[in-house]
Design a protein around this ligand. Sequence first.
Ligand code: AMP
Length: 540
Amino acid sequence: MKVRLLSRYLSSLNDESLSIAVLFLSNRIFPFGSKFVVNAGFGTIMQALSEISFLDKDQIQQSYMQYGDMGALSEYAVSKKHTASLIEQQPLTLPIIHDRFKGIADSIGSDSSKAKKSILKGLFLDCSPLEAKYLTKVINGEMRIGLTEGLVEVAVSMAFNVELKKIREAMLVSGDISQVAFLARSRLLHTAIIKPLQPLSYMLADVMFTAEEIINYFQKPLICEYKYDGIRAQMHKSGQQVKLFSRNMTNITNVFPELVQAAIDSKLSSSMENIDFILDGEIMGLRNGKPLHFQELQKRLRRKNVTGQILTDVPIVYIVFDITYINQEQTIRNPLRQRKEILSSILFREPIINAKQEVVNTAQKIIAMFEKSRDDGYEGLVLKDPESRYHPGKRGRYWIKLKQELDTIDAVIVIAEYGHGKRAGVLSDYTFAVRDENDNNQLKIIGKAYSGLTDKEISTITEKLKSIMIKDDGYKIAVKSELILEISFDSIQKSDRHDSGFALRFPRIKNIRSDKNITDIDTLQKVRHIYENQSYLSDK
Ligand code: AMP
């Protein structure tokens, strides 16, 4: 019913509004890869609401407690607005709202929160109370009208009478629902091909726990590579333009200037011709041939300006392990062994390097490589089926990771509490959740952790958490599901304490994963898989 209503609505829109509507409905404001980010936090919205209404800050805070929802609060505050917009009130349309969001995203620098607040106030003044409710929900990425991007895809398919499968395939290579909706309407979905400078979804690895399990499953020679502990990155080159995207499709080109020049200088080794490409690989800190700890790399990721000093303090390499596009041709349908041949025909300039690989066909060989990887300071191995295609966005049994420790879990913080003693005044205890694939990706809590971070990291996290607060209970706050932690643990137990039915034992925060976002967090199914397989590890 909901989807039918939505499909009718989508088919009534013009192209521009259609592109914006599908983004808003998918809990996004701008497509992946966009340079725009609307960073308007709880405080800015509250202040804008207080300034346009008869309500002072305390009343706003109180009403918030009463409604427990920023959208409902906005509806209430706008119903009490007292200031009329000075310029003549124009009816709000999707393109106008989107333009003003761009204005908010463009406000950077020291005065940015003032500028953001002023645009927000203007928007609220032009809104009816009900519009204000949904405007705030769009800003907060919390539409909560029971629509995930998946359902929006169904609605697009109904609206324009195209097969859902075709929409989903186009989404995996384009990654941009606004473009795909437009192509669906124009009957041009087949043109949604991989294009350099526009990120596509990443192929993902599955996990197995022993070399024997891997050999028994595949029963054929496999390509074996080290598992590099850095950040996944796509490198796009088209002419003289180079872009790097992280796992959550953020443009991280500015953080790694040395890779831009190296990409431009990379050529085909046979002819020394320039080439266009999209590569897949891992950026890793490396000093004197030794991999650096992930946290060192993070020092770089946190920088807005990457200066000469940090370039020498945290030297990096980009280790390429796949290629999805070369000179006008997409290569995702070629088997991995062919993609590897293409990679070996390119002369990369350092610090871009091809991943080392070996072909293995016995458990003994895998174990020997595994031990070598550990001796060389790496995490373990990734084993790959040489006949497999590149499957964007899929976690299939084509790439298998083998790690020694129990796997870590990427989970999102949903509640944060103030600490005690030395940690009074900072948010140092985090309750985190994974997503349940069998229950519409609902978040399910799997534990609470308070160790593993430095004081400096805790204070940075505290600031961030406050800016994404959605409910304030005094000693603890509920936050938007945005901040991802990588958690290590001793084992997994069944537990009634959390709604997931599981709890991590002795959880420790291994890393703050600012390179990942909510769609990258692990699933309850993975938690269950580890729970069911942990006997393997205790036998070792
Ligand atoms: P995980 O993040 O634990 O699910 O492991 C999968 C990740 O390992 C990928 O997303 C990559 O970032 C990383 N990785 C490191 N080395 C490789 C490799 N040789 N091939 C594929 N992925 C790799």
